[in-house]
Ligand binder design. Structure first.
Ligand code: BGC
Ligand code: NOJ
Length: 810
């Protein structure tokens, strides 16, 4: 069952009922100012950091869910309704929400009045702009009142929901004409405030929630001032400041009127904070508002956003016979990659924005799917991430987006982290050819006095693994590797202890086969970077280490039919046929084969066949089997989840593409695509009533076979799945992979996929690629570039060349 449909021409998902299984959200904002907005107008806004600079308040763990947002109320006689249905939930005659790329639109109709709202964040401004049009479709005049409503957050979203003894006394506002200024804490240490404004004279306002809502047993679902048809002109003093505007209007039959609302963030230099004693300096606010006064201005900014995305989405376009692939590759998958790059794992409807900062490994992986879009931002990110590394090559597991400093609460000890830095840097250089980044001086632990070149950072990353091996010559796992819940040194017995930080950060024995696979893959990529710098000795040294690791993985990391997952603190196998539960894990099968381990001696195929036999399900590949049915002290959080959920045998979408890529390495296009298809939103859309989360983006986890809710998604949007799936479909299945020498073309598709075309912008060139598949799954027989036959799969990069026309025969 579906709750809407894809409108590919407009790049929108159209939701046709407000009663979706969960709030289905969108992200507005490209650089610093962001909003989350649900299909019923719920959500919140922040500047740069969802915890520290939150503009509007959201209620967590609430019932009903998704309370608080940007609401418009329309009062038409005795009927009060919202274009997005919430919060009054008056039954609408028409409802539609269109989530687009960086904007959302809402259409509601009631009693011959239609309301259309378009809301977006301009590409280069710190505000959210919403235009609402009200139209009278009836045959007699309508007298209406329009109200807007937002509730301010007192900046620190974490403190805001805990520290009432202080916070109920600090709220302050100013009001000038149609603009409400939220200035809590501005008198002391803040030099920023927020504004809510509309481009017309208003007929009333409220800035106190109590005045707007009425007595405390009322709510935004039945606010008293709206019911009375008149806001009260309240000036907030402590309690809960809001911004509500009132516009009275009369519409003749067929007449429509539009208003533009702006929600903005303003920062003043310290010396320009005040206009006069206690009165905030509003100059920058007036400047901002002057840009969104007229419809022309609104549409100009909106079209700029569209043009921005047209450009970004012109970098990789596929035209194939499969509409679902086209829509995911050309629109939604790339869009989600941008969102994960911006947010990391901070702010979604599953991540509160008050918890995790930016993850070291998460950000490095997000980069893999984003780097072709805006390489300069990827470059900056790599430097930021590397700046939080320690001198020994290990790394802070997280860092704060505002300060860019490592997060000491969680510290280091996640031993996969250093290798992801190599992965991200290699992807950046393969995409851009910009080796100058390797010569950049980058600090350790943000201390510039300890800076070395980025290449030296990468060397220390590699050496960290080489110097931290266990009894089987496999990498020590530390607190955990990619699987944050496999905590082999933790041994936690007290509820509430964080599995992530409890216990020693490293044991002498617990080892990870997965990191071994990563080392083989990224050790080779590191060697290639060393070669680019002319350091062949270093490349040879790295390759020698890769060989040693490959031997260790093949020897003690092989269980007979699949790769072992790890060795625990007693040196017992994890993810082996010897185990009672958790006999086989997905991660090493995907990564080791991706790295080429066992490719030539049959192990790779055997491992992938075991995945199909033991881990596959209707909705995707489960992370492990059999699920852990009891808590294992020696394994940690993984066994804390009920069977079938999350890391305990859930379908972790993030590592499904690893197996799909591994299948392409082995040339099995049918199977690679089958894996791609099972978690692909454009396919899961068909059973949205089971899958639950948004059908236009990936979620982190789907309930596994052991779960009561098998097939149900959770944790949508912020997941490394976005990047890895884009890497999988664009670089491995469709097969356009950036190398240091140029683009390589080596598709691995299902035999019935048919011919396809790709336009890929790579460095200065546009590559028009036509692939004739001839029912083959893999293997390029002939590659011509501008009519000339090429040897091998790589289109030689020619500096400055603008257009390449490529024909490929498989
Ligand atoms: C989750 C993991 C996550 C970790 C760190 C765990 O509770 O299951 O998916 O990586 O927390 O935030
Ligand atoms: C989510 C975390 O963000 C990521 O870092 C981790 O690799 C996965 N969960 C798996 O545990």
């Amino acid at each position: 069952m579906k709750f809407g449909y894809f409108d590919d021409a407009n790049r929108e998902y159209v939701i046709t009922t407000p009663r979706t299984p969960l709030p289905w959200i969108n992200y507005l904002g490209s650089n610093s100012f962001f909003s989350l907005i649900s299909n019923t107008c719920g959500g919140y806004t922040f500047y740069k950091d969802a915890k520290l600079l939150r503009l509007t308040r959201y209620r967590y763990n609430d019932c009903p869910v998704d309370m608080n947002g940007k609401y418009f109320y329309i009062k038409d006689g005795d009927t009060v309704w919202n274009p997005g249905w919430q919060p009054v939930k008056t039954e609408l005659d028409e409802y539609e929400c269109r989530h687009g790329i960086g904007y959302s639109r809402f259409h509601g109709a009631k009693n011959n009045v239609t309301a259309d709202v378009t809301t977006f964040v301009p590409t280069d401004d710190n505000c959210e702009v919403s235009r609402i049009t009200l139209k009278n479709n009836g045959s007699s005049a309508k007298t209406l009142q329009l109200f807007s409503y937002i509730e301010w957050c007192l900046w620190n979203a974490d403190d805001d929901m805990k520290n009432y003894q202080r916070n109920l006394s600090t709220g302050e506002v100013e009001i000038v004409d149609s603009t409400i200024f939220h200035k809590t804490e501005y008198r002391e240490r803040r030099n920023h405030y927020a504004i809510s404004s509309v481009n017309t004279k208003t007929d009333g306002f409220d800035t106190s929630r109590d005045a707007f809502v009425g007595a405390y047993w009322k709510s935004t679902a039945n606010p008293e001032a709206v019911e009375n048809g008149q806001l009260t002109g309240s000036v907030a003093s402590g309690w809960c400041p809001i911004a509500a505007h009132q516009i009275n209007l009369t519409l003749a039959p067929g007449e429509e009127k539009s208003y533009i609302f702006v929600l903005g963030y303003i920062e003043n230099p310290l010396e320009e904070k005040w206009e006069s004693h206690g009165v905030i300096n509003k100059k920058r606010a007036w400047d901002m508002l002057s840009k969104y006064k007229t419809d022309d201005q609104f549409f100009a900014a909106f079209n700029e956003l569209k043009a921005y995305w047209d450009e970004l989405l012109s970098k990789y376009i596929v035209k194939s016979g499969n509409d679902r692939v086209n829509r995911m590759v050309n629109i939604w998958n790339q869009y989600q990659c941008m969102v994960t790059f911006n947010m990391s794992r901070s702010a979604s409807y599953f991540e509160t924005g008050i918890g995790r900062g930016m993850g070291f490994r998460d950000s490095c992986q997000d980069l893999l799917g984003f780097v072709h879009l805006i390489p300069d931002r990827a470059r900056e990110r790599i430097i930021d991430i590397a700046s939080t590394q320690f001198e020994d090559g290990s790394a802070y597991h997280q860092y704060q987006p505002l300060t860019k400093k490592g997060n000491a609460d969680i510290g280091s000890g996640f031993n996969d982290d250093p290798l992801w830095l190599i992965a991200g840097t290699s992807a950046y250089i393969r995409e851009t050819g910009d080796t100058s980044i390797l010569e950049e001086m980058v600090p350790y632990d943000n201390d510039m006095s300890k800076a070395t070149t980025l290449m030296e950072h990468l060397k220390r990353s590699l050496d960290y693994i080489i110097n931290h091996k266990g009894p089987h010559k496999l990498p020590l796992i530390g607190r955990a590797d990619w699987n944050d819940c496999l905590n082999l040194n933790c041994f936690s017995e007290v509820p509430g202890e964080s599995f992530q930080t409890f216990g020693p950060s490293e044991g002498p024995v617990a080892e990870s086969v997965f990191i071994g696979g990563m080392f083989v893959k990224y050790g080779e990529e590191y060697a290639q970077l060393a070669e680019l710098l002319g350091d062949n000795a270093e490349a040879a040294r790295a390759r020698k280490e890769v060989e040693i690791m490959t031997e260790a993985v093949e020897k003690d990391g092989w269980d007979g039919k699949w790769f072992v997952r790890a060795y625990d603190a007693y040196s017992h196998k994890v993810g082996s046929d010897e185990c009672d539960e958790g006999k086989i894990f997905i991660e090493p099968q995907g990564f080791c084969v991706m790295a080429g381990i066992g490719k030539d001696n049959g192990k790779a195929i055997v491992a992938l066949d075991s995945v199909k036999e033991k881990l596959d399900s209707e909705y995707g590949i489960m992370i492990l089997q059999p699920a852990y049915t009891e808590y294992h002290l020696e394994l940690g959080e993984i066994s804390s989840y009920p069977p079938g959920y999350k890391e305990n045998a859930g379908i972790f979408c993030h590592n499904n593409p690893w197996v799909s890529i591994a299948e392409t390495v082995m040339g099995r296009g049918d199977r690679a695509f089958e894996i791609y298809r099972k978690t692909c939103p454009a396919y899961t859309e068909e059973f949205s009533e089971i899958h639950y989360t948004e059908p236009y983006v990936y979620c982190q986890m789907v309930g596994g076979r052991d779960a009561k809710f098998h097939g149900q998604g959770k944790n949508s949007w912020l997941t490394g799945t976005a990047a890895w799936t884009f890497v999988n479909i664009s670089q491995y299945i469709l097969g356009i992979y950036p190398t240091h020498k140029g683009l390589s073309v080596d598709p691995c598709v299902p035999s019935d996929f048919g011919d396809f075309e790709i336009v890929r912008k790579f460095r200065e060139g546009t590559y028009n690629i036509k692939v004739k598949t001839n029912h083959s799954q893999k293997g390029v027989k002939k590659l011509t570039v501008d009519g000339k036959v090429c040897d091998g799969n790589i289109i030689p990069y020619e500096k400055g060349k603008k257009i390449y026309n490529i024909e490929v025969e498989m």
